[in-house]
Ligand binder design. Sequence first.
Ligand SMILES: [Fe+2]
Ligand SMILES: [Fe+2]
Length: 166
Amino acid sequence: MHEKSVELLNKAIADELTAVHQYMYFHFHCDDQGYDLLATLFKRTAIQEMLHVELLAERILFLKNDVEMVTSSAVKKINNVEEMLKMATEMEQESAKDYNQWANECSANADSVSKKLFESLVLDEEGHFSQYDTELNNLKRFGDRYLALQSIERSKIRDTATIAVQ
Ligand SMILES: [Fe+2]
Ligand SMILES: [Fe+2]
C-alpha cells in the first residue's frame, strides 16, 4: 500500500536521523567550548528531529510497511561555531525543500495523510532554520563578543552554584 509514500517516508527518516546525529555532535562540542545557549539549541532541535522520526515511523507502520533505521550520511566533524550554524541552516533549508516536494508527490499518489505530515514537518524545519539563522546573524554582527557572552553566562551560573552549595 502506497509504496511511493513509504519510500519517501523512509528517506525522510534517514535525513532526520542524520540531523539527530549531527546536531548532537554539535551539542557536545558547543558544551565542551562553553557555549551554553548554542549547546542547548542544538540538543533541543535534535530532540525535535527525533520526534519527527517517530511521526514518520508511525505512518510507515500504519501503511503496513517497515522502518529503515539508516542515516543518509556520516556526521561531519565540524568544531567551528560559525561553520556549525552554516551547515545547520543549509540542512534545514534542504529538508524544507524536500518535504514540500514530497508532500506534492504523496498528494499526486492520493495519500493525503502523508502529504499533511510532510507539510507539518515543513513548518517545523522552517522554524529550525529561522532559529539557526538568527544565531548565525548574531554571530556575524557581534563576532567574538557574542561567543564570549555565552562563556560569561556559564561562569555566572557556576559561581552561583558554588555559593548555593556553601
Ligand atoms: Fe525534522
Ligand atoms: Fe529541523
